[in-house]
Design a protein around this ligand. Sequence first.
Ligand code: HPA
Length: 270
Amino acid sequence: MLEKIKETAEYILSKTGAKPEFGIVLGSGLGGLVKEIEVEHALEYTSIPNFPVSTVKGHGGKLIFGKLGGKNVIALQGRFHYYEGYSMQEVTFPIRVMIALGVKRLILSNASGGMNPAYQIGDVVIINDHINLLPSNPLIGRNYDELGPRFPDMSVPYDPAMIKLAKSIADKAGVRSHIGVYAAVSGPCFETPAEYRYIRTIGADLVGMSTVPEVIVGRHANIPCFAISIVTDLGGFEEAQSVSHEEVLKVATAAESKMTSIIKELLHSL
Ligand code: HPA
């Protein structure tokens, strides 16, 4: 794995010469943030050695380098999900590469189902903790001490200073936002009514199919992580509501500008 990470990072460096400080991962329907980046380089995933290839609609499949909020960023336009059949190591490989390229902080976005009764469709939620309900963990297997410790501390999974800053940015901008706990499931089914209730009962406000493996790898490398979610559907309430990927993409895309302005301002303030 170390060789692959090195090979990929060296290839990217040779093509771009980029020295990104922030790594950004754009979730379902949220790839439009790229329009705000002053793009210096863009690499198709298919051209990058050892990179998995994205298979889901709404995921662009490009690695973007440039400036956002005055900072050097590298953005994954389209992430890899466990439900696509990738191993956890494949899902998180781009994060390892970002870190090898010198990224100092991670900013992740996703679309999620909201179970907190205070939440509405289209709300922004700043994630402050997570529950890993995925059937695996990207750190299972041999540990490479060069990448991080065998038993990483997860007491501060999401950076408190970035959470505070983002919340005040959202409040000032008049964007409806919350701070909440995200549970990661494998998907690809959306949850049954009982599953939503179960996930709510164990302490989550949101449920989705991503982000947690990436944060685990980020924290393994002691990188501060920040994650922001758009509530695209609601679950676990009296009346079961149907969910579709089309609806998730539609709501995420409609709410994208709120999330984009928060991330941009956050980068600007850091
Ligand atoms: N469940 C799981 N993943 C999701 C959901 C959901 O309700 N909405 C968007 N991603």
